[in-house]
Design a protein around this ligand. Structure first.
Ligand code: ADP
Ligand code: MG
Length: 373
């Protein structure tokens, strides 16, 4: 899919942006702090995902204004879509989202419509950050393939919030322990499905990461991913997810209930899973060098793109924030070879550091405006 038109106003420092992107390469340049990343971010949020740099929604609004609007036209293999996202600085007024002129209740329909992948300097957190970063990456990438996964994640999070509240009440003697089991039965169904989905995605991405990492390291190094469920053993996943998986998950929650009550939080289940990433047989989080961490993070995102392409005829749109400048020609070529069928938006303060064959539309940003439209 490609973005054919974008209009943004009042998003952070962006003002009066209106442009028709190139179907291939869009190179966003300008000095520091002019709004290059803001421009990527404004397009990215149209996918219904949270900001890739962790901005809060209230920070989307320009400091010297009171509302923002962003609109894109998107062309996929079936039709053109129009997505419009508007917000005001007034917290009591909800944001409004329109898809093809129809007001939407939430962002789910955007997630189903606009598929994109962002590469940012913060991606290294997937490798070296807390387990939550790896779980989030896996869940988002799996949800891109199977949108129903989002509902399981949301329901599980809601049940876990309730369960954790209940644990605190039980600890304070305001509720009886036996009411936990009704929640745990529900949690078990969602948790088992999530575990199986994670296992299946990690198996897929493991294969591709292995291949890509060998290529990016000149054939010398290995990368491996392994899903570590804290409920299921590896062999359990050979049977399909069903009653016996729910039962196993439920029993695990029961086993840790006493400890959970004492501590007021849930210590088993999918919210404690780890996805172990190994380079040359040892944990990348603990032992990898800076360079290995950067390569591994890049490979994870490229593998995500490759898996997506195997499943869908509509390639995702790719956003590259400040990642090309520091890569040598060979690595840049490697990346562009994998994303060659995708529309790309990349930011760089220095377009001369890009490979000469990356030619496309150059968009200069200065003080939040496009200066060469
Ligand atoms: N809510 C906001 N309102 C107005 N300006 C903002 C807001 N949030 C960030 N900015 C401005 O955006 C600029 C940074 O934009 P960014 O896209 O990160 O720059 P870069 O071009 O380096 O990628 C800074 O000048 C910052 O002050
Ligand atoms: Mg930037």
């Amino acid at each position: 899919m490609i973005i054919t038109h974008a209009e943004i106003d009042g998003f952070k420092n962006l003002k009066g942006i209106s442009f028709d992107p190139d179907p291939k390469y869009n190179i966003i340049t300008g000095r520091n702090a002019q709004g290059k990343t803001n421009l990527l971010e404004a397009m990215w949020i149209m996918s219904g995902c949270k900001s890739f740099r962790g901005s809060k929604e209230k920070d989307y609004i320009s400091l010297d204004g009171n509302k923002m609007s962003a609109e894109i036209k998107l062309l996929d293999s079936v039709r053109e879509h129009k997505i419009k996202f508007e917000m005001t600085g007034n917290r009591n007024v909800p944001k409004t989202i329109h898809l093809n002129g129809v007001r939407q209740k939430g962002t789910k329909s955007l997630f189903d419509t606009f598929k994109c992948i962002a590469f940012t300097p913060e991606d290294t957190e997937i490798i070296r950050g807390a387990p939550e970063k790896r779980r989030n990456f896996t869940d988002m990438a799996a949800a891109q393939l199977e949108p129903v996964f989002v509902s399981h994640i949301n329901r599980n999070n809601a049940i876990m919030n309730q369960r954790n509240c209940l644990l605190k009440k039980i600890m304070q003697g305001q509720a009886k322990p036996d009411i936990l089991s009704a929640w745990d039965r529900q949690a078990a169904k969602e948790g088992a499905v999530i575990s199986y989905m994670r296992n299946s995605y990690v198996k897929k991405i493991n294969k591709i990461c292995g291949k890509l990492y060998r290529m990016i390291s000149g054939g010398n190094e290995d990368m491996e991913l392994e899903y570590r469920s804290n409920v299921f053993a590896k062999d359990d996943f050979s049977a399909p997810c069903g009653e016996s998986a729910y039962e196993r998950y439920y029993r695990k929650l029961c086993e840790s209930a006493e400890y959970d009550i004492r501590t007021g939080s849930t210590h088993s289940g999918v919210n404690r899973d780890e996805i172990l990433i190994k380079i040359n047989g040892v944990s990348a989080k603990d032992y990898a060098s800076q360079g290995q961490i950067k390569s591994a993070a890049l490979v994870m995102k490229l593998a995500q793109a490759e898996i997506f392409m195997q499943r869908s005829k509509d390639a995702p749109v790719v956003f590259l924030d400040d990642v090309m400048g520091e890569l040598d020609g060979n690595r840049q070529r490697f990346i562009f070879d994998i994303i060659k069928n995708m529309q790309v938006f990349l930011t760089t303060p220095n377009e001369s550091a890009l490979l000469p064959e990356i030619k496309g539309r150059i968009i200069h940003i200065s003080e939040g405006r496009i200066t060469d439209a």
